[in-house]
Design a protein around this ligand. Structure first.
Ligand code: GAF
Length: 387
């Protein structure tokens, strides 16, 4: 076992770094379908125009690897031939991916990698999946590993589950790699069948409001929610062997179990079942250009996440509530795992500037925290550039 060695100053090799290839690895948004992916349900994410840039070069050694992040101004180095101890922060996403690649028999050699990120950490736009998938895609090209895009998605998810310790679903990795410019993905997380829906937001744009908070609960409660859903499935399965996930549970079947489940478990499951229905409806509304109806589903989604799934927080609720009486905002809800991060808003283009000014003041007055606002565009997934 080894502890990767921290690099506090930028190694010389990265000063005028001559990369052999570069990867642009995007963050993601999710229009609707939250906490449904690990329940084998439906989601509607897409990659965005904000990315992590990774630059790679082999370094002519057998096993020596170096990473440096220009964003954090820190790095680390390690050897491929010794298993890794879990470290802290961003290095775990990297070590997790390398471990998964090696575990499945891929041959790597020593390399250097320089990273620069445009993605705010903890904002719920999945900088972690972008890092994992960007690394896996880069190493795939650098060492000609012949992994398909879906294999890259799955091994990046395993890195997060097995090494980082977050039992995340597949949505973030899938959208970071497989998105299509100007489209949303309607993804069935059970079969992994995907349908690209044109992201036609008419006179509106997608605006993210970053609360700039990440409450401590976010990781532990995420895993707890997943366990709660899985425990309910196990219980229902006893008499209904065809049920393998909440995806297979109908609302009437859940109702028939209401008295045998705790109130909390019932609420969690009901949220997931309703959210799956909302994603399907949302896809129809979008195709039918019914953007206001689409937006209403976003508000319903938020209410479910706030009251039944209980993964929101006062800062997110404040921002969603603040948008409610504004006719020029069609929909708003928390996005991602919850307990902080961003709200996603569908807002008329010509109102964006004034609204940001107004909501930022109100948010600061209430929480004494600066709000960040980012307009994002549905974009293509991971791009590998050979130099
Ligand atoms: C996080 C997870 F990584 C996703 O898999 C998903 O469950 C999401 O939270 C909630 O929808 O981003």
């Amino acid at each position: 076992m080894q502890n990767p060695r921290t690099l506090k100053t930028k190694p010389h090799v990265f000063k005028n770094f001559e990369a052999k290839l570069s990867v642009e690895s995007p963050g993601r948004i999710n229009l609707i379908g939250e906490h449904t992916d690990y329940n084998n349900g439906y989601v509607m994410p897409t990659a965005i125009d904000k990315k992590i840039h990774l630059h790679f070069s082999k370094n002519q050694t057998e096993n020596f690897c170096r990473f440096f992040s220009e964003t954090f101004d820190t790095g680390f180095e390690f050897y491929l031939d010794k298993d890794f101890e879990k470290g802290s922060g961003w290095e775990n996403y990297i070590l997790g991916v390398i471990r998964e690649l090696l575990k499945s028999g891929n041959k790597l050699e020593g390399f250097d990698c320089l990273i620069k990120s445009e993605l705010p950490v903890g904002a719920g736009i999945s900088s972690s999946a972008a890092l994992e998938c960007g690394l896996a895609s880069g190493l795939n090209a650098l060492f000609d590993l012949k992994q398909t895009k879906l294999e890259i998605v799955k091994l990046s998810q395993r890195a997060e589950n097995n090494f980082v310790g977050s039992n995340c679903g597949i949505m973030d990795q899938f959208s970071s790699v497989l998105s299509k410019k100007d489209h949303l993905i309607f993804l069935d997380c059970k079969t992994l069948e995907k349908k690209y829906i044109p992201a036609d937001f008419q006179d509106c744009k997608v605006l993210l409001l970053n609360t700039n908070v990440t409450h401590k609960l976010s990781e532990s409660e995420y895993n707890t929610r997943r366990e709660e859903c899985e425990a309910a499935v196990k219980f229902i399965q006893k008499k209904n062997p065809e049920v393998t996930s909440l995806r297979d549970v109908s609302i009437s079947l859940l109702e028939s179990y209401r008295s045998q489940l705790s109130e909390t478990t019932y609420k969690r499951c009901m949220y997931v079942l309703n959210e799956n229905e909302r994603v399907k409806q949302a896809a129809n509304f979008l195709s039918g250009r019914r953007l206001r109806d689409f937006g209403k589903l976003m508000y319903e989604s938020h209410e479910g996440l706030q009251h039944n799934y209980e993964v929101s927080c006062p800062e997110l609720d404040f921002l969603v509530d603040y948008s409610r009486d504004k006719d020029f905002i069609y929909g708003s809800r928390m996005m991602g795992g919850g307990f902080g991060g961003c709200t996603i808003n569908i807002i008329e283009k010509n109102k964006i500037r004034d609204f940001i000014e107004e909501v930022s003041k109100a948010y600061f007055k209430k929480f004494r925290i600066e709000l960040d606002a980012i307009t994002v565009f549905p974009s293509a997934g991971t791009r590998v550039i050979k130099h």
